[in-house]
Write a protein of this length. Structure first.
Length: 156
């Protein structure tokens, strides 16, 4: 099979509406206002999922019904729980509460995503983006095993 002309699709501007879009597998996916951080994050998320899926369209459902809670709501609920539950005997918070900062990239890239739609491809895309941005210093491996260059996640 021939190598594609471009490894990543372009971040494009729809002049008629002022919105950003990306064309994936021949379909326009609108991302929000052109040039905004939110549209750039949506672009990174969509392209990351597309690459994680082997440059094919990830499965989608067009049911039109409410998909339940979002990732942001799930994170907020767990943060509230962690602040009450993870306490030392003297009542001060443990370091587990500070570990909740690690959820920031998840909220940044997938905050508006329904929690039940966040699957293995989204996790792989998030991990790869965190590695690219330097948010993950290294991949944890036992000392007797060589370190991989890419973090892999199981796929369905």
């Amino acid at each position: 099979m021939a190598r594609p002309r471009k490894l990543k699709p372009d971040y494009c501007h729809d002049a008629a509406t002022g919105r950003a879009y990306v064309r994936i597998n021949g379909q326009k996916k609108y991302l929000g206002g052109y040039g905004t951080q939110a549209s750039r994050d949506a672009y990174d998320r969509l392209v990351g999922e597309w690459i994680s899926a082997g440059r094919t369209a990830p499965p989608t459902s067009n049911s039109g019904r409410d998909d339940g809670i979002t990732i942001s709501i799930l994170i907020a609920g767990f943060c509230h729980h962690a602040q009450r539950y993870y306490r030392k005997p003297d009542g001060t918070p443990t370091s587990e509460v500070d570990n909740m900062r690690q959820a920031r990239p998840l909220r940044r890239f997938y905050g508006d995503t329904p929690a039940k739609k966040f699957g293995p491809l989204a996790m792989a895309a998030l991990q790869q983006k965190m590695i690219e941005l330097g948010w993950v210093p290294h991949v944890h491996q036992p000392p007797d095993q060589p370190r991989p260059h890419v973090l892999h996640v199981g796929r369905e």
